[in-house]
Design a protein around this ligand. Sequence first.
Ligand code: ZN
Ligand code: ZN
Length: 143
Amino acid sequence: MTVLCELCGKRSAKYVCQECGRRVCQYCFNTYYEVCSNCLKNIGERAELLSIEEGINVDWMLKFVIIGFVIMFLGMVIITLASLMTVSDASGTFFIFIGPIPIIFGYGPHASYLLILSILIFVIFLFLFFYWYKQGSAEKIEA
Ligand SMILES: [Zn+2]
Ligand SMILES: [Zn+2]
């Protein structure tokens, strides 16, 4: 005697759901999670919530730290270039990134130009960063 799938009631049951214990056919069963298609929805929602939480806590902080280092490095490059260009009157800008808040200050007679340049680089990187983040989260949902 064959047991019919408890979800569709058409095909013979071959698997048992690890979540609710329903006996289901191969079409109503997900072999990866070992659950029926009914329970898969709940698992999918839970996994999505988890990935969103992780995305905010880990990914954002990590990316802010990385981008902070990149901007600090660029700031140093600007200072070096400025001192090479003007040996007599050295100018520079400093870029300190505390979380999402950038702190910028400059010195020397060319500080204002360097400051504008730094802000431009910062804005470009901010756009790249958000583009990068958007792509990253899109991939996560697809997977
Ligand atoms: Zn079925
Ligand atoms: Zn189930």
